[in-house]
Design a protein around this ligand. Structure first.
Ligand SMILES: [Zn+2]
Length: 282
């Protein structure tokens, strides 16, 4: 069980993971209602992705579902209290450490995968995101462009549990002090602080310990994209690339890919090591 402030609602929030049976998928539970972590229930809102169904909303699910998908967890029940997944340190680090600590078990059923079989691209002004076919694995190439001091940053990665742990999981949410003040005045980002966000002013980073990576902002945007694409319901085989993308465009891309028939469900039959994984209880 992990507890902390919700970065958006500023409330005390908690999350607990439980194992689930094969083919259950990732199921969130809040206020006694189950919501599957799937695209039809997803809503990309300002600076976060929520699951909304049956009159219940759960905010900021993206870093947790990114960790589950990247570590190979196909099935889990996620209990959330307080309407939002706790921000922890603004990254996926605590979720990865918690899952690694309890461990995973293989289930007998074959893992499901979604193969990208045709290119799909969405854009909004200068921003764009695309998926293209690949022979194996899921790769990410994410570029951001902000005013200085963030500037242009890029990160390229082939997603595995190891690369996720070592290159993405610790990259924190970020924003400018001006933007934080504006969001606070609108009643948003109420829990945001230097404890759970990388905060910039025009001169640089305000956090006392500075950056974790020189291109931490590009890496965080990639972490967000991994989480948003995990709402496909199975790991993808394909290549994701984006420029100045965010939750809204990532979710639109996934919708467009399904609508175009560009994602085809397969079972990974070849390797016995690809059984479905589920989190086990501590
Ligand atoms: Zn994020």
């Amino acid at each position: 069980m992990l507890a902390g402030l919700g970065v958006h609602n500023g409330r005390n929030t908690r999350v607990a993971l439980e194992p689930a049976s094969a083919d259950a998928g990732i199921i969130f539970v809040a206020d006694g209602q189950e919501i599957e972590a799937l695209l039809p229930n997803a809503q990309a809102l300002q600076r976060q992705t929520s699951l909304i169904a049956n009159g219940v909303a759960i905010a900021t699910i993206e870093h947790l579902v990114a960790a589950l998908m990247s570590l190979g967890v196909d099935n889990a029940v996620v209990h959330v209290t307080g309407g939002e997944v706790p921000a922890m340190d603004g990254s996926a680090r605590c979720f990865v450490d918690a899952i690694d600590e309890v461990g995973l078990v293989f289930l007998k059923q074959h893992k499901k995968i979604l193969r990208v079989v045709a290119p799909v691209r969405v854009s909004d002004g200068a921003a764009w995101a695309q998926l293209t076919p690949a022979s194996s694995g899921m790769s990410f190439d994410v570029e951001v462009a902000f005013r200085q001091p963030i500037g242009r940053q890029r990160h390229v990665l082939s997603l595995t549990p190891e690369t996720f742990r070592n290159e993405l999981a610790s990259a924190r949410s970020f924003g400018s002090l001006d933007e934080a003040q504006r969001l606070w005045s609108q009643g948003l980002a109420l829990g945001a602080s230097l404890e759970n966000s990388l905060v910039y002013d025009e001169r640089g980073v305000l956090n006392p310990h500075g950056l974790r990576y020189e291109n931490e902002c590009a890496r965080h945007k990639m972490l967000d994209a991994v989480g948003d694409l995990a709402l496909a319901g199975a790991p993808l085989i394909g290549a994701f690339r984006s420029y100045r993308s965010g939750h809204r465009l990532n979710v639109s891309l996934l919708k467009a890919a399904f609508e175009a028939g560009a994602l085809v469900l397969e079972k990974a039959r070849n390797s016995p090591a690809r059984g479905q994984l589920t989190a086990i209880s501590p």
